[in-house]
Design a binder for this molecule. Structure first.
Ligand SMILES: C[S@@+](CC[C@H](N)C(=O)[O-])C[C@H]1O[C@@H](n2cnc3c(N)ncnc32)[C@H](O)[C@@H]1O
Length: 275
């Protein structure tokens, strides 16, 4: 097995476990608190999160504030099934930054338990549509159960890799993603796929972990695991260069809160130029 195939399998297994735990009644915030060191997105490997808390007892509470469901406005998630909210393993709230409009077609890369797809579906209304793509069967089952429980009809969860999206060219207006691109072993392919599926003038609104430019790959790996969304993170310049190489314009990477020394949750925005 190549190193990349092995890494991807580790990621799939880890998030299959997370989905099974939520389906079995465990809140992801409790998963975050249990692990030493934590190995889910997006926990702080040291146990010290954005707010600077430290020590075992503080980890769960800090993780809950800095990651997952704690990053969403309670009013926004009030109408969603509890399992969708509690399955959240993101590092931001891309639906809050992506400027979704009525009638938009939205794609969420690495949709997990479906929280951002269901929120997007509400925002784009019955004339719009929200797709989620995920490679982990257990996450897709959880997401579909959450969709059914929410009664959302303008939603579809697709099994697939974010490096090879199972949608046609120019089929969506907005691509979102929450703490997933850092997990990909082929990031140029993911950026190229985002560009391919977007209509001209389409936009991306992504939350991800991003390293400060001064940290090389080894220093990122010292700070946390690959499956924990740290070791595989791009630096800010790598992100901007990758988006430009894929063809995007007006790209920006805005740090929102530090996850671990020199590495931040960030909002990434860019536009596919109109020809
Ligand atoms: C950290 S979780 C985030 C889930 C969701 N976005 C959220 O905010 O709760 C990462 C998700 O991405 C999926 N994933 C990771 N790498 C992937 C890939 N290369 N292709 C498709 N899905 C992937 C995992 O199965 C998992 O559901």
């Amino acid at each position: 097995m190549s190193q990349n195939t092995e890494l991807r399998e580790q990621v799939r297994l880890r998030y299959a476990q997370a989905a099974a735990a939520v389906a079995g009644g465990t809140r992801n915030a409790d998963l975050l608190a249990e692990e030493t060191p934590p190995s889910y997105c997006c926990t702080s490997p040291s146990g010290a999160g954005a707010a600077g808390a430290s020590g075992e007892s503080a980890r769960g509470a800090t993780a809950e504030r800095a990651f997952g469901a704690g990053l969403y406005d309670e009013a926004a998630t009030a109408g969603l099934p509890l399992d969708a909210v509690e399955a959240s393993l993101g590092c931001g709230n891309p639906t809050a930054v992506a400027e979704l409009h009525e009638g938009d077609r939205v794609l969420d890369l690495g949709s997990g338990g479906g929280i951002d797809v269901l929120l997007s579906a509400e925002r784009v209304g019955p004339t719009g549509f929200a797709y989620g793509v995920d490679m982990t069967e257990e996450m897709l089952e959880l997401a579909e159960a959450n969709r059914a429980s929410a009664g959302a009809e303008n939603v579809e969860f697709l099994r697939g890799a974010i490096e090879d999206v199972p949608l046609p060219d120019e089929s969506v207006d907005v691509v979102i993603s929450n703490c997933v691109i850092n997990l990909s072993t082929d990031k140029p392919a993911v950026l190229a796929e985002m560009f391919r599926v977007l209509t001209p003038g389409g936009r991306i609104g992504i939350s991800d972990v991003v390293a400060e430019d001064l940290l090389g790959p080894e220093q990122r790996a010292e700070r946390g695991s690959y499956v924990g969304c740290i070791a595989g993170a791009l630096s800010r310049t790598e992100y901007l260069d990758g988006l430009a190489a894929a063809g995007f314009a007006d790209a920006s990477v805005e740090f929102t809160h530090e996850v671990v020394g020199g590495m931040h949750a960030a909002i990434i925005r860019a536009v596919k130029p109109v020809r």
